[in-house]
Write a protein that binds this ligand. Structure first.
Ligand SMILES: [Zn+2]
Length: 276
């Protein structure tokens, strides 16, 4: 976690807190003369407008990962706000979800070129939490960056509202195969609660125990635990570790009827977490 520094990237990434535990991400060009800004998952327009005005930023782009209102509920007000300001705005989102206000509908491998912010994103399809959930992966930063909405959290993963466990495992495997140093910007501060479950599933994991201590210290100071990284999550997140013998053994203790394989293990620990 401490190794993640956004100032290594070609962009600056700032946090806008919304609701009780949502993070809306604001991306601006690293060039100080640039005030052009992209927002990821603006569920609440009012906190975004306050942020833009306080920092004298111009909204040019909205990137949405999925249709849930805490991610998409601010779009229409932000569209109106930009029209009043006469700022050209483009709203991107998943092709297969019904989200009012989208200009561009995205599918796997689509490229979004944002020259005013000096970044390109590649779209990754991630069904599971919702049927059409997507993520945005940036390929032109000093360190890769990922905005993954409610699919991968630090220490956890999204609930299966519309997709199957098999789809979610496939989606998470795509993310696990991204470069290890990818900075992962998820949409909620769920880390501490996720790690309590992770420790129940994987109690002997020393890296998880150490990470949990770091997270508890950050949260005691009300500091964010995000971004995390693919490297950290592969070491500590049980939902990226369902192929590991230790996780399979815990899943078998929870449900003796399952097979010791990745999919049965993933399915079981997702069900276990839902009732934890
Ligand atoms: Zn969601």
């Amino acid at each position: 976690m401490s190794s993640i520094k956004t100032n290594l990237s070609a962009v600056n990434i700032r946090t806008i807190k919304a609701f009780s535990d949502n993070y809306i991400w604001a991306i601006t060009g690293k060039n100080n003369n640039s005030n052009k800004t992209a927002l990821v998952d603006p569920g609440d327009a009012s906190v975004c407008i306050k942020f833009l005005e306080e920092n004298k930023l111009t909204l040019t782009t909205i990137l949405v990962t999925h249709h849930h209102p805490d991610h998409s509920g601010g779009i229409e007000k932000l569209v109106t706000y930009c029209q009043e300001k006469q700022w050209p705005l483009t709203v991107y989102g998943p092709a297969t979800e019904n989200i009012p206000g989208l200009d561009i509908k995205l599918e796997q491998d689509d490229i979004i070129d944002l020259p005013e912010i000096a970044i390109n994103f590649t779209v990754i399809d991630l069904p599971g939490h919702t049927a059409g959930h997507i993520a945005y992966f940036a390929i032109n930063s000093a360190e890769p960056i990922l905005f993954c909405g409610d699919t991968l959290f630090s220490g956890g993963c999204g609930r299966l509202f519309e997709g199957t466990a098999k789809q979610m495992l496939t989606s998470l495997t795509k993310l696990a195969n991204l470069p290890e140093n990818t900075a992962v910007y998820c949409a909620h501060e769920y880390t501490q609660a996720n790690l309590m479950f992770a420790l129940a599933v994987d109690p002997e994991n020393k890296e998880l125990i150490n990470y949990s201590k770091q997270v508890n210290e950050l949260r005691a100071k009300e500091q964010s635990t995000i971004p995390t990284s693919i490297n950290i999550e592969k070491k500590i997140n049980p939902f990226l570790r369902s192929h590991k013998q230790s996780i399979q053994a815990s899943a078998l203790l929870f449900d003796k009827s399952i097979q010791a394989n990745s999919l049965d293990t993933f399915t079981t620990i997702r069900r276990w977490k839902d009732q934890f």
